[in-house]
Design a protein around this ligand. Structure first.
Ligand code: AHR
Length: 516
């Protein structure tokens, strides 16, 4: 792994002063709308890992921490406000060792979480609790099936338990556990990283399993179809993609179908993740943002590989794990993947979302890793305390893009340089929202210089735009329990004159504006 000089650079990120004012002209093509930006692109991931489920989401019905049926009220309220469209559970690597019967009914089977540090797994948060959590936050359910250490029958029974009518024995068992109405299982994952923690399988070995799970795991809730997501690649090598897509294409008759192919890609620089989540300078900032921009050629290459078999783009490229994977918080259990979350990470999230929007014809769901207390989390908790991260705020600001229609933009991104690292200076995306308004998201990647944007909106006669800006005192600014509002969006308005919206962005900041 390339090591960077441990230079610590504190940056003043306010506009004006001696900073040069660059101007970027952005043209929004309102006449040629692109694909729908599926709201599922804003999906999240909650694995049984570290303090995510136990403490972060589930505190138990007798906890002093305010809860609804054992699920934290503060976390639910924050996530509900975010309009999380879908949540993936129970893993990750953990999914391939999860046995659903351990987590239903009155008697739970306590186990060891061998995927993540041999932590105690009480199984007090199981299927019914997950469905309750998803319903409380208003999200759809994406359940990862155990292909590694489970069987086709176990997975088929699990989905039958969740979806069958009460005339079936498993539906009756669900009713006896307090849930007579079948659940909606919107997505199932047919394994997880089967090329690595999911069993180190070759494509052929995986396909032998996957075909059976895809064929024999059935949803019985006719009101809500279940989409099936196969394990896909974790690099830009397309051999795995080709093998799965070829098998899908050659299927016939009553065999099986797929709706998604997963892609996992983290921003970590190199394995093992060692870049600090706090106390870093511009070198780390530039390095990790450059690393994150690899998402663009990666999804372009994998999507093109899928095109060979599926030119109509019936199968979604489902990026169901992405985000910054950094060095563990000093003093924490390294197997718990705890890290802080800074202004840099919010920008990293914006750049990834922008890439997903540009590929919205193929990418119809993604799941940031992860939701609470793990990796690039939305929320951090410690006992009764809770804090929202910069990534949470960025996701909330991007809310108008959910189910909006992509609008092409043109601009000269210019360059921002740090040492031998060259990055685009800015990024910009635009869309038409569900209610017909134009929304733009503008990112100033440059760590030192403010940038003025002039956004040309032909045919748009609006007089003003409203939105929020996410900026911070420093690149590595974070929110803590003691100082929860260090990185927080601020309201911003901009005027539109002669079809042009003008706004100036502080260094390392993101602004989202909706036209009135
Ligand atoms: O998100 C953490 C882990 O990263 C997941 O469990 C696994 O799928 C991936 O390797």
């Amino acid at each position: 792994m390339r090591r960077l000089a441990p230079v610590f650079v504190a940056l003043a990120m306010t506009c004006g002063g001696a900073a040069a004012q660059n101007t970027v002209s952005v043209g929004v093509d309102t006449a040629h709308p692109g694909a729908k930006i599926d709201r599922h692109i804003f999906g999240q991931f909650a694995e049984h890992l570290g303090t995510q489920i136990y403490d972060g989401i589930w505190v138990g019905k007798t906890s002093k921490i305010p809860n609804t049926r054992g699920i934290r009220k503060d976390v639910v309220a924050a996530l509900k406000d975010l309009h999380v469209p879908v949540v993936r559970w129970p893993g990750g690597c953990y999914a391939d060792q999860y046995h659903w019967r351990d987590g239903i009914g009155k008697k739970r089977v306590a186990r060891v979480n061998a995927a993540w540090g041999n932590a105690p797994e009480p199984n007090t948060f199981g299927t019914d609790e997950f469905m309750d959590f998803a319903q409380q936050i208003g999200a759809e359910a994406y359940v990862s099936l155990n292909i590694g250490s489970g069987t086709v029958k176990e997975a088929a029974d699990w989905v039958e338990y969740m979806t069958a009518p009460t005339t079936a024995t498993l539906g009756k068992e669900r009713a006896a556990n307090g849930h007579p109405a079948p659940y909606a299982v919107n997505y199932v994952g047919l394994g997880n990283e089967s090329w690595d923690c999911g069993g180190l399988m070759t494509p052929d070995e995986y396909l032998q399993q996957m075909k059976l799970y895809a064929r024999f795991v059935n949803n019985y809730n006719t009101a809500v179809p279940t989409q099936k997501v196969a394990v896909g690649p974790g690099t830009d090598d397309t051999a795995w993609t080709d093998a799965v897509m070829d098998t899908w294409k050659k299927r016939h008759g009553w065999s099986f179908d797929l709706n998604g192919l997963s892609l996992h890609s983290y921003t970590w620089g190199a394995w093992p993740p060692s870049h600090p989540s706090t106390g870093f300078g511009e070198d780390e900032y530039a390095f990790l943002l450059k690393d994150t921009l690899h998402m663009e050629p990666l999804v372009a290459k994998q999507s093109a590989a899928m095109d060979k078999f599926d030119p109509e783009k019936k199968i979604s490229l489902t990026v169901d794990e992405w985000g910054a994977w950094l060095a563990p918080t000093p003093g924490s259990n390294p197997a718990f993947l705890q890290q802080q979350n800074s202004q840099r990470d919010a920008i990293l999230a914006a750049l990834n979302l922008n890439i997903f929007f540009r590929h919205a014809d193929r990418i119809r769901m993604t799941n940031i890793a992860q939701m609470v207390n793990v990796l690039q989390a939305m929320i951090l908790t410690d006992g009764p305390k809770m804090v929202l991260t910069p990534t949470y705020h960025l996701f909330k600001m991007y809310g108008p893009f959910q189910d909006a229609t992509f609008l092409p933009v043109s601009f000269d991104a210019g360059t921002y340089k740090f040492g031998d690292i060259t990055l685009p200076k800015v990024d910009a995306v635009a869309a038409k929202t569900k209610d017909g308004k134009i929304v733009v998201a503008l990112t100033n990647i440059d760590a030192k210089e403010a940038v003025s944007f002039e956004v040309a909106l032909p045919g748009v006669s609006a007089g003003s735009a409203k939105g929020e800006v996410l900026s911070a005192p420093r690149l590595d600014s974070v929110n803590t329990f003691a100082a929860p509002n260090t990185v927080k969006p601020k309201a911003v308005t901009a005027t539109v004159a002669n079809g042009k919206l003008s706004v100036t962005l502080a260094p390392a900041s993101v602004t989202v504006l909706t036209l009135n």
